[in-house]
Ligand binder design. Structure first.
Ligand code: FES
Ligand code: MG
Length: 589
């Protein structure tokens, strides 16, 4: 990793141009000027700082998603100290701001309900305080897009410090991956292949250290996206959370943000259409999480870039899958790191990347990748030995998903990619959980399992229900995959022939609401279609008989969510946050 806080771009800001000067006044006139600047300086003395420690220096907000409840971020309290060390040494003034933590494990019904809340908090904190630049600490699934969406809207220079993957899991002689192996062994527990004793051992071995999930799940996918977008230090996204290199990277990010403030390297200069196209290509070549589709569309929207599902499908056809990482492949993030990490990986995609665009750390992506190498062709495959010839996600259209749906086809059994079968419909996830194992339902391996009311409104928050469980009696017969369709999302560590993000969702009257058990459904991934084989007249009749479900929230954040949330194909941002428009700077006098 080439950490180079000193960047050759010209310094364009003078101390008198700093945004924070509106709060603190001019260093040359300390002791004079207005009542407010006097008060802000007096209160900074109260914080224990000398005038020369901060006046005339860029104020760097260190936004920290650390919390006792979030095992993926539990090391970030210490890491913020390394960021501050870097800021001080580069001549900046760091101030740490605790922000909301979104724990994929603990927050219910799903942290996706709160992604836009953290994005709002990020934007408004940066705007309302005397901040010149920001370092954003996050990594557990939704925190990465939330922080970057907020920073893009706030418009101040920002660097993202990814939390880093946890160490590989271990059980007896097995290496365990987050999520992926939990599902696998849970299925083995259901079939009686392992017992409670083994399960207790697995509980101790699945997650061995602080850090986010160490498969190419949603967290690793989104932090890799942040890196290729140009919002992190080079090579940052794969550094294991507890490696000393992680602390050094955090210090380097702290040092770099000070330079970025002086050079006025704002997110709008980095987060361009080219950057988002490169992020899409990278995520697909990594065989990354389907959640990235929603988040990248939302992030792009905040950057004034219109990214569509069709962009994903188009780019998917131009990039192969080269990362041999679970859940699709064999290895874990630590292996990826020592195989060359994202800089090494990107050297295998240079023909599709836009190499002349700027990043936080370098004037061009080309300069950022200078000297990057792949050290292990098994983990980062050469183009001639791709894991799949096309990127991992296909976008489907058809009368069941007029606004699109996605499938991670590389994680499905190939025989199911062209499949026609009878639907078995579940109206909600709880009913599914309660009844799926009952042989009396008559579900066969040929059935298409349909779950509705699991979308942005219906879930609510579009929970990761999309890998619908296979009935236990079919598991015992050796069935390991079935076609499953829902308006839900799926964990980045999940797998199977799961059609996700059906839009519009059933809760708002999408065609998924009209499917009945016994209808025929045809999935054809090569043709990119998903069809409900019911004629239009019958669908019209069913639509006329359909009544919208009652509103869920009468007050509170949920009511705002219900009113503002957009559908999956447009990124599930809030309409009032996604739309373009001016926001006035606060008056600081
Ligand atoms: Fe935090 Fe998986 S639970 S990244
Ligand atoms: Mg996840």
């Amino acid at each position: 990793m080439t950490v180079r806080p000193e960047d050759p771009r010209p310094r364009t800001l003078r101390p008198e141009d700093l945004r924070s000067r509106r709060w603190y006044g001019d260093s040359a006139t300390a002791g004079s000027s207005g009542l407010r600047t006097f008060s802000h300086r007096a209160r900074t003395r109260q914080l224990g700082y000398l005038p020369e420690e901060h006046l005339g220096k860029p104020v760097v907000a260190v936004l920290n998603t650390w919390s006792d409840i979030n095992p993926c971020h539990v090391h970030l309290r210490e890491r913020a100290q390394a960021v501050k060390r870097g800021v001080w040494q580069a001549g900046g003034f760091p101030l740490e701001f605790p922000v909301s933590t979104l724990s994929e494990t603990f927050q219910k019904p799903t942290p996706m309900l709160y992604r836009n809340l953290l994005a709002m908090e990020t934007e408004e904190l940066l705007r309302s305080y005397p901040v010149d630049g920001a370092v954003l600490l996050g990594g557990c699934d939704k925190t990465t897009p939330a922080l970057l969406m907020g920073a893009a809207s706030a418009g101040l220079p920002a660097v993202f410090v990814p939390a880093g993957p946890m160490l590989p899991g271990h059980w007896r002689k097995e290496v365990l991956g987050s999520g992926t192996d939990m599902w696998k062994y849970w299925d083995q527990r259901r079939t009686g292949e392992i017992g409670d004793g083994e399960l207790a051992e697995l509980e101790n071995g699945l997650a061995r250290s602080p850090g986010h999930c160490m498969t190419m799940g949603t967290a690793s996918t989104l932090t890799a996206a942040a890196e290729v977008l140009g919002m992190t230090m080079p090579g940052a996204s794969s550094i294991p959370a507890v490696d000393s290199a992680h602390e050094r990277m955090a210090a380097a990010a702290g040092a770099r943000i000070v330079g970025m403030v002086w050079q006025d390297v704002t997110p709008s200069k980095i987060l361009t259409r080219e950057a988002y196209e490169d992020a899409v290509a990278t995520v697909l070549a990594l065989g990354g999480s389907t959640n990235a589709v929603i988040h990248l569309i939302a992030m792009a929207g905040r950057s004034g870039v219109t990214l569509t599902l069709d962009d994903f499908d188009r780019i998917a056809r131009t990039v192969p899958v080269l990362a041999n990482l679970r859940p699709g492949g064999a290895y874990l993030m630590e292996d990826f790191h020592f195989a060359g990490g994202l800089p090494g990986f990107l050297t295998r995609l240079t023909d599709v990347l836009h190499l002349d665009r700027p990043t936080a750390a370098h004037p061009t992506l080309r300069a950022q990748l200078e000297g990057a190498l792949v050290h292990d062709d098994e983990v980062i495959r050469p183009r001639g030995r791709a894991l799949a010839e096309e990127g991992g996600v296909a976008v489907l259209r058809g009368n069941l998903c007029p606004d699109g749906a996605v499938i991670k086809h590389i994680a499905a059994e190939p025989r199911l990619l062209r499949h026609t079968g009878p639907a078995y419909v579940f109206d909600d996830y709880r009913t599914l959980q309660r009844t799926i194992d009952d042989p009396a339902l008559g579900i066969t391996a040929d059935h298409v399992l349909v779950l509705r009311n699991a979308g942005p409104q219906g879930g609510p928050g579009m929970p990761e229900y999309g890998m619908l469980p296979i009935p236990e009696y079919l598991l015992k017969e050796g069935v390991r995959d079935m076609v499953r369709i829902s308006d839900a999302r799926m964990s980045g560590t999940s797998y199977g022939a799961c059609v996700l993000h059906v839009a519009p969702e059933s809760h708002v009257g999408g065609p998924l609401a009209l499917v009945r058990t016994g209808d025929t459904i045809t999935l054809d991934v090569p043709a990119r279609t998903l069809r409900l084989e019911v004629d239009d007249a019958e669908l019209q009749r069913r639509r006329a008989a359909w009544t919208p479900p009652p509103q869920r929230w009468e007050r509170g954040y949920g009511a705002l969510y219900q009113e503002q949330i957009t559908q999956a194909d447009t990124g599930c941002d809030f309409a009032f946050l996604a739309r373009p428009g001016k926001v006035p700077e606060p008056y600081a006098g």
